[in-house]
Write a protein that binds this ligand. Sequence first.
Ligand SMILES: *[C@@H]1O[C@H](CO)[C@@H](O)[C@H](O)[C@H]1NC(C)=O
Ligand SMILES: *[C@@H]1O[C@H](CO)[C@@H](O)[C@H](O)[C@H]1NC(C)=O
Ligand SMILES: *[C@@H]1O[C@H](CO)[C@@H](O)[C@H](O)[C@H]1NC(C)=O
Length: 598
Amino acid sequence: MPATYSSLLPLAAMEEPGVRQRKKIVPGSSDGHQTGSGAKPTRAFPKIYGLLLVVMLVLTLYQFPALVKSPLNQLLGTPEPTRLLPGIPTNYVPTFAADEAKRDAVVEAFKHAWHAYERDAMGDDEYHPISHTGSNLTNAGGIGYTVADSIDTMIIMGLEDEYQRARTWVADNLSFDRDGNFNTFEITIRIMGGLLTAYHLSGEDSLFLEKARELADRILPTFETESGLPLSLVNLALREGVPDRDNYGYVSTAEVATLQLEFRYLAYLTDEDIYWDKVENVMAILKAVAQPHGLATIFVDPKLGRYQTSPIRLGSRGDSYYEYLLKQYLQTNQTELVYRDMYDTAMSGIHDVLVKRGLSTKLLYIAELNPERTGQGSIGWRLVPKQDHLVCFLGGSLMLGATTSGALVDHVSIPPRPDELTGQGERDWLTGVELINTCMATHDTQTGLAPEIAHFRIESDGIDNSVAPADWYIKGARLGAPAPFDARYILRPETIESLFLAFRLTGDPKYRDYGWAIFQAIEKHCRIPTGGYASVINVDQVPVEHEDKMETFLLSETLKYLYLLFADSSVLPLNEYVFNTEAHPLPVFNPTILTGFS
Ligand SMILES: *[C@@H]1O[C@H](CO)[C@@H](O)[C@H](O)[C@H]1NC(C)=O
Ligand SMILES: *[C@@H]1O[C@H](CO)[C@@H](O)[C@H](O)[C@H]1NC(C)=O
Ligand SMILES: *[C@@H]1O[C@H](CO)[C@@H](O)[C@H](O)[C@H]1NC(C)=O
């Protein structure tokens, strides 16, 4: 049996002696920030030095008039030239207008993908573009996995005909009365999230809300566990939670903590508190058993309601726990401070423990921690220099957090100025910018596509520099050998999601250039001429070999974020919408229910 989480306590001490105590930052204060200048102890100068000082001061001011001009300007209300954060280039004019040609190219790609699915597999859960077939998640029949995930993208892109056909399918053919086991998290973020956004963006077409509510009601019984943490699987016809036998009945932290935006918005729309209470209780449990560094192991025990010894990572099974801490705070218009506290603590923990740099070019990456039994039978933690493509969501998320949780003002400028951010906000912003650069660096492959998993060089890896000279490499990749799992690209959106957020927050056209380069690589290597897009088995091999699968997140996330990257910045503004982890935008609202824990 794995040890309990309490034995994880030495974590911080192991990695870097002593957890640095986070300074609590109150928005509006200049605490920990460079604006205030503390009074220095005075010293007695001989008169001659005093005179010299005055002369020097006058000379300095003559040379650097800004020293006095800027406080003067502030006093007089004259606008000051923008001071920029390090990492933001000064040589660009922020862009907000659409790049119509590129935006329309993305719409064409969406049609190429959707029309093929519609032709070959309409209504099936998943699509295989090479064999021109569909398949369902279970033998019990489809539940609209692809259709529900795609509808809001059609509305956003203005594809009226496609939207009407998809709506008709939802009205006539969508059924959740399926006697099979479905993943609680996946159907919540993809189907319920998709339906809720479709409801909002369609001008409140009640069809979508009814379907979302029906699905939610079928999912609710999964919360009936000893702790209240929901089970991984649900039988939709029987309305029963089903434990995941593959993982001893434990549930992923990200999976239990990534249902909240969807259920809370449903509660807001229907005025039914039960949807709210069930998912909030999950957060209350996770807060109660949290460690001081705010990092979460990837498994929790639904019986005991506590963390289970398992890896700590920002990749699979961990990622959206952190994402939804920030987004729950944003969803309710920054009123629920408990989520901001949890988020701030977690981001400090990530910086204290997991932020690392590559050996040669010093690329910043987020490492993982794996638990290991030490000789004395206690648990130690091994740092693994491995970063899932999934982690690339974090770059944009950190920047978004910096301008909200880490803001000293109500409306941060685009791009933000240093005096608008707390110390933590500035730290998170810079890490976010650097992490996006790292994620872009992992596109430096034969195809220009990034692998599913990148490893980073460390001193002790024993790898010959001639084999892997760069900071990062694809583990197990050898010329002539079959490609390892790590080498694939399955049409994932996370880097593009970060580019979209970074572009909206900076207006820096370089992020559009990055996104366009990725889009062109997808067009070149993933596009199937007869319709649809397929995964690539090895990003470092041309011509590519395909895997016959088009993930639904190509339609809901990858192409939507690309579209929004090139669309006018007023489309779905970040202060009015919060994107669920499947890129379904949900409107920000002022809550009518008070947070039930602190
Ligand atoms: C998927 O399920 C739907 C609904 O039951 C069914 O009509 C369809 O034939 C199924 N598709 C496949 C490939 O089995
Ligand atoms: C949807 O339902 C209608 C009416 O029951 C049926 O005629 C049609 O074939 C169904 N479409 C699909 C794609 O299953
Ligand atoms: C969010 O709160 C601000 C005031 O802090 C208010 O002006 C704004 O209308 C609120 N937004 C929503 C969507 O309720």
